[in-house]
Design a protein around this ligand. Sequence first.
Ligand SMILES: NC(=O)c1ccc[n+]([C@@H]2O[C@H](COP(=O)([O-])OP(=O)(O)OC[C@H]3O[C@@H](n4cnc5c(N)ncnc54)[C@H](O)[C@@H]3O)[C@@H](O)[C@H]2O)c1
Length: 432
Amino acid sequence: MKIAVVGTGYVGLVAGACLAENGNEVVCVDKDSAKIRTLQRGRIPIYEPGLEEMVRRNRTERRLTFTTNLTRGVRGSQIIFIAVGTPTGEDGSADLRHVLGVARDIARAMNGYKVIVDKSTVPVGTSEKVRDAIRRETSQPFSVVSNPEFLKQGAAIDDFMKPDRVVIGAEDPRAAEIMRELYAPFTRTGAPIMMMDCASAELCKYAANAMLATRISFMNEVANVCEVVGADVDHVRRAVASDRRIGPSFLFPGVGYGGSCFPKDVKAMLKFASSKNYDFQILKSVEGVNEKQKVRLLAKMERHFGSLKGKRITVWGLAFKPKTDDMREAPSVPLIQGLLDAGATVTAYDPEAMRVARSIFGSTIQFADKSYDALKGADGLAIVTEWNEFREPDFGRIRKLMRTPIIFDGRNLYNPEQIRGAGFTYYSIGRR
Ligand SMILES: NC(=O)c1ccc[n+]([C@@H]2O[C@H](COP(=O)([O-])OP(=O)(O)OC[C@H]3O[C@@H](n4cnc5c(N)ncnc54)[C@H](O)[C@@H]3O)[C@@H](O)[C@H]2O)c1
C-alpha cells in the first residue's frame, strides 16, 4: 500500500519504518527540515534500539522516503497517518493545533479518496473535528479513522511489529477494510484487530495510560507507607504481583512517572472528563502523588544532609526511563532543579540523554562522559534512571571516588544489606 505519515517523531518514524518493513511504500513527512535532512542522510534524530538499521534497510530498498513536502506525500498515497504532537495546552487539555492544521493541509492537497488515520493521542471527539476541518477545505471523498498507538519508547519496534492489539475506530466499512488489510501482517501471531467506533478508540489510549499511571502512583504510595510502618516494599510488591488478577507489570516503586505520554495524557483525560462535568477523582490523586514522588529523593537528601548548600551531588540517569534519550517530564529535571535551588552542585551522567540534557541545563550543571568520572569528590550519588549499566557497578571503585559514600537510589537497584556491608550509607524507596 502507499502510505504517508505526517509527523516524523518517535511515533511517526517508528510507524513509517515498520510499515515499510512489511512491504508498504511509505513517505514520512515533517515540517522540521533539519530533521528531514538528517533522515535523508541515513541518520536518525532519536535513540531507539533497532530503528536506525530498519530505517537504513528500507531507505536502501526505496520503500521509505523522507520529505517536507506534504502535498507530494498526500497525492501519492491512499492512507495518510497523522502522527504529530498533541502537547499539553495552557489549560491542561491536549493542544490540537498541530493535528487540525495537518488535517487542513492534507485536505488542500487531496486528489482522490484518502483514508486519514489519526495516530496521535487525541481526546474523544477529535475525529469529528478532523472530519469537519477536512470537509471545509475539499469536496474530495475521504474517511477518517482513529488508530491510537500503544508503543513504548525503548521497545518501540517490537511493540509496533508485534502489538498486543490493534485498535481501529472506523465508522466507514470501506476504510475499516483497508485498515484491516494494512494491519493483517502485524497480527499474524494472533493479536486481535479491535474494530470500534471512533470515540471508543480515542478513549482506549487514555484509559490504558491512565491505568498504568495509576498502578505506578498506587505502588509509590504503598512504598511510602512501607517507610512509615517499617515494612519492605520489595516483599509487598512480589506478593501482590504474584496474584494472577493483578500481575507484575508497572508495580515498581520509584521516583514517579515521566515521559512524553503519561503526564500529558493524565492531564488531558482529567480535562476532557471535567469539560463534560465529570470529576475523575482517582486520576487527580494519581497526578498529585506523582508530583510529590518526583521530589522524594530530594527530601531524603535534605533530611540526611541537613543543608544541601555546597554539597556535590552526582546524578546517574537523566532520561525518563532506560533505552531512550527522551527527557520530557523526566523526574531528573525537578530533582536537579531542586538540588541547584538548594545550593548544591550537580554532575550528571546518562548513557544516551547527554545531548538532550545539555540543551535543558546548559552550564548550570557539569556533565561527565563516563559514569565513574561523575563521582569524583561527590558527597552523594542519586540514581534516577534504571539503566542496565548502573545495576552491577564496581562498588569499591565508587567508594574510592566519592568523598562520602552515600547512595540515594530512586530505583531500588541494590540490595540494602549488601550495599551497607560494602560501606555505604544507603537510601532507597520503601525499604529499610
Ligand atoms: N512517544 C511515545 O511513546 C508515544 C506513544 C504513543 C502515542 N504517542 C502520541 O503520538 C503523538 C506523537 O508523539 P511523538 O512522541 O512522536 O511526538 P514528537 O514530538 O516526537 O514528534 C512530532 C513530530 O511532528 C512534527 N510536526 C508537527 N507539526 C507538523 C506539521 N504541521 N507538519 C509536519 N510535521 C509536523 C514535529 O516536527 C515532530 O517531528 C502524540 O499525540 C503522542 O501522545 C506517543
